[in-house]
Write a protein that binds this ligand. Structure first.
Ligand code: SF4
Length: 251
């Protein structure tokens, strides 16, 4: 759904396999940071805390295991690794001390709506559940916080999953983005309400209408930062006109 929000045509081509996401150095670095954070949190859950030195050691092991999967290097390997390490250190020192994990990497699936012709299920994996808060670690860039608080889809879906699990669809739920970039932590808190969850139904139905219509293309969205050679469909879409492999002349 995040991809659909960024660009419907990108979501269509990723879904039908004509656009294939190639791992770049930033996404692989994000995977490694996530993996080590998960390990540290599981340590706390098991009453077996990892020191910062151990976490850093695991980071190096995980980085060595993953770096060969990078297809596109956006920065050099050493800079990429060091930025990841700085993010992990910042998280360990500034966020981890105050966490009380309930569940880590919790998968969910629930039925959003159902009628005689269609059933829509939503699924995903939450990075961290605390008693009254759902956390998500991010290592990329983000939209302005006010826009995320208003429009981000991920918190709406993830908090609704928790509301289902609690059997309480009447109370607001809290979600927290924790952005880790260049050794700094940025927190963006989001609240989702029963009205936000109700508004998810027509959105998902509109996506289902598009899927079922079997159109040869879906709306193209040229105005997001993803509409660049970050998009796995760039070469078959806007990149056909603006060029592939180098920045368009006037960007
Ligand atoms: S190139 Fe732009 S418009 Fe085309 S699929 Fe990608 S994001 Fe969408």
């Amino acid at each position: 759904m995040n991809t659909f929000t960024a660009c419907p045509e990108q979501a269509r081509t990723v879904r039908n396999g004509t656009a294939v996401d190639t791992p770049n150095s930033k996404t692989v670095r994000g995977t490694v940071v996530h993996e080590v954070i998960e390990m540290v949190l599981n340590g706390r859950l098991a009453d077996d805390e990892l020191t910062l030195e151990s976490a850093v050691e695991y980071f190096h092991i995980s980085w060595d295991n993953h770096k060969e999967t990078v297809v596109k290097w956006l920065d050099g390997p050493e800079l990429t690794r060091d930025v990841g390490l700085a993010s992990l250190r910042a998280w360990y020192l500034e966020v981890f001390p105050w966490l009380n994990p309930l569940r880590v990497e919790q998968s969910f699936e629930f039925v959003l709506c159902e009628n005689e012709s269609r059933r829509i299920s939503l699924y995903g994996t939450r990075d961290l559940d605390e008693e009254d808060l759902t956390w998500d670690w991010k290592t990329g860039r983000h939209e302005p916080p006010w826009e995320m608080r208003r429009n981000a889809i991920q918190p709406t879906v993830y908090t609704l999953a928790r509301a289902h699990e609690r059997g309480d669809l009447e109370s607001d739920q809290n979600f927290r983005f924790c952005y880790l970039a260049n050794g700094e932590v940025e927190i963006i808190d989001v609240v989702r309400t029963p009205n936000d969850w109700a508004a998810l139904v027509p959105l998902c139905n509109s996506i289902a209408d598009l899927i079922e219509a079997r159109l040869p293309s879906w709306p193209l969205r040229y105005d997001g930062w993803q509409c660049s050679d970050w998009c796995p469909n760039w070469g078959a879409c806007r990149g056909k006109y603006l060029g592939v492999g180098a920045k368009p002349a006037n960007w």
